[in-house]
Design a protein around this ligand. Sequence first.
Ligand code: PMP
Length: 390
Amino acid sequence: MKTTKSYLSRTVEELKPSGIRRFFDLASGMEGVISLGVGEPDFVTPWSVREAAILSLEQGYTSYTANAGLLELRQEIASYLINSFQVAYKPESEIIVTVGASQAIDIALRSILDPGDEVIIVEPCFVSYSPLVVLAGGKPVHVQAAKDNGFKISGDTLKSAITDKTKAIMICSPNNPTGTLLEEDDLREIAAIAKEHDLLVLSDEIYAELAYDGAYTSMAAIEGMKERTILVSGFSKGFAMTGWRLGFVCAPQYIAEAMLKVHQYGMMCAPTMAQYAGLEALRSGSSDVEEMRKSYRRRRNYMVSSFNEMGLDCHLPGGAFYVFPSIQATGLTSEQFAEQLLMEEKVAVVPGNVFGESGEGYIRCSYATSMEQLQEAVRRIRSFLEKNTK
Ligand code: PMP
């Protein structure tokens, strides 16, 4: 077709493809690659959860649900949130079931942003945040977490990014890619700034089930924060349900109503069979989650000690299934390290710079793969270092 006009939206044209993709594409053409690149559980969804979805199909539950999701599921989510994290949300008016945490973030941003509104994004962070802010018409303002403080954001850095256009701060704990868990005091510091400057906090708590050393604190549980928090979570990570596309978002009623408008026009509802699966996951999945958590914790400890033994400084992440070792001792950039490691030793990792400026000098390794694979990956990385460090 010959045309002189551009059919593509300029906003979309200017978005860069995810930096993670490039490495997957490179690795997918090679044989014998061990991938520490993927951000998803290596477990299959627990059988009872799969069975609940099968049963729902057998019973013929194949139509749309309420736009906000099955009321039963929202009630179960409300009980889960109160029992696990001591946050009380009303199932009828403050919870929406979404197509993964991804859609939850999308409808949250589209509901609160007008053109030019700024959202402060703490980096290193999940690669979707910035593009989703742009697609919602907002302006991402990146701030860098402190490398020398386990990748936690300093209050002063956060404050310095606030302008009269700032509407929200986006945080993620446990974090992708650093694994950093924000403790109650860290959350309090961010909360105080949000309150002082009258900002919302979009809190991505998708990895909350994968916090390894003690109780998890939700931003919404901090005094005075429920009214200014949009809590995003879901089933993908903790319950090993990435392919089901099931998440949820909780917010004060007026924001939930706005999000429901975006959701009902754009999506109608989350997949019905996935919602039945989610119901079962919350009712009976806690022992499966506990087993997975224990297994990840063992692997985290192995990876952290292996990297430190190899001379690649690696902090102990409090959650998620990533380690984020420094590769600065090698003198290579993150991209060079990841590319050469893939070519020479066939181990796929993600260069830290794709998660933001402060990720340069680091690599993200997911340990959601078998212990045997991790041991072999460590052996190969050690051999790579022997050849590449002077
Ligand atoms: N937030 C973070 C921090 C993530 O790492 C991911 C998945 N990689 C998501 C959200 C999206 O999860 P979902 O599968 O629920 O859309």
